[in-house]
Design a protein around this ligand. Sequence first.
Ligand code: BES
Ligand code: MN
Ligand code: ZN
Length: 496
Amino acid sequence: MEFSTKTGSPEKLRSGCIVAGVFEGRKLSAAAEALDKASAGFIASVLESGDLEGGLGKTLLLHKVRNLQADRILLVGLGRERDFSESAYRAAAVAAARALKNTGATEAVFCLADLPLKKRDVAWRVEQAVAALMDASYRFDRLKSKPPADKAKGLKKVTIQLSRKADVVEAENAAERAVAIAEGMALTRDLGNLPGNVCTPTYLADQAVELGKRHGLKVEVFDQKAIEKLGMGSFLAVAQGSKQPPRFIIIEHRGGKKDEAPVVLVGKGVTFDTGGISIKPAAEMDEMKFDMCGAASVLGTMKAVALLKLPINVVGAIPATENMPGGNAIKPGDIVTTMSGQTVEILNTDAEGRLILCDALTYVERYKPAAVVDIATLTGAMVIALGHVATGLFANSDPLARELVQAGDDGWDRAWHLPMWDDYQEGLKSNFADFPNIASRAGGSITAACFLSRFTKAYAWAHLDIAGTAWKSGAEKGATGRPVSLLTHFLLRRAA
Ligand code: BES
Ligand code: MN
Ligand code: ZN
């Protein structure tokens, strides 16, 4: 999809569809007003008939409105003008994007980015518009035997209408940023949506190599032998139950000065999590193909960073494996030696994410990183705590946590900072090893973060638990591409 901007009023534009907003009480936005005037009050008369009252997210499609050059007008309800907030703007943009997808229009003029919003500038409004449009146009149909009938349909070009010339440069930069983020997200979603029999550790590694070739990123893949040589006893323990060999993937963007400390992103890459011997119940187990969404978000972010040519150094590190039961699988009670030398009693083989991340977190010490952020679908308890809205954020550095919360706000990919006080460390006690891989059920997301914190003492570190945000269940089942926007905004801030 291509984006451009245009200043001036929309009524003279030739287009497949013009998108304009209407507040509750049939109050026309400036763009809708201009369209109404040009059509000699036609829009107001349609509203009078009661087809659109302006309720937030409601839409009405009009065809061949008199005196206008556009084929269609899409009116979008904005809710009460007094209450028009950033989330209302988002909701309207999403509704518009979805409605547009159901029209035959291949190009459109989008007039919502100009709506006045107290807390958000034009860059944010444009970025969110592009994000909503790109999100709605995403589809994953490569595994259907026949292409869907409406395959050729869809928006190709969107013009974002602005009234102020002074906004154009900022708006175009924002659109470019948003497209890069959306392309990163699409990669993350594709990888997440692929089933476990396609997206294996080897496949993930191949995709990283491919991404590296296309975007000039340096990629290194460690196979089983090389991982053994590194002494990653904990990561290997998880992998030993699977026929699929593990991979440890390193991908580097060197946009900064040679000696500048990199930001390191570590992504959980469990390409299928059965739970192992501590096996999961059958219901919805298919969704455990999404257990590599942390890894996929690292690759998606590396793609966005490369497209944006950010002038900083970023390293991605991905431990990739399946978690399977089997004759050679780890058993509850098994004790393993991590790369750090610390020993762990595996009380539950389903707490495997932390067992592979801990070794990756030790490995990345060698970069003397400016900061390390790990991204993982780590705990079901996260879904209970924050639902599907916010990603859980834990950190051993408050400034880093604040940066990430801010980045999540910038990209509307929000995270919430949870505590990791020493009191929570108490539960991690073992009679036989240095500590176990689980504590009691209470505060399960926090104690998982506490486990990881024992491997991250050498640097500023944050942990993003995306168990509730990486994918959607139900009718809209599929990967979301989160938290690529948060991560890219974090890196944009670091690069600025
Ligand atoms: N991948 C899961 C976490 C998960 C479960 C994410 C459901 C999203 C939805 C992780 O490996 C896991 O199984 N965690 C266990 C930890 C427990 C054994 C301490 C969990 O959350 O049940
Ligand atoms: Mn698990
Ligand atoms: Zn898992």
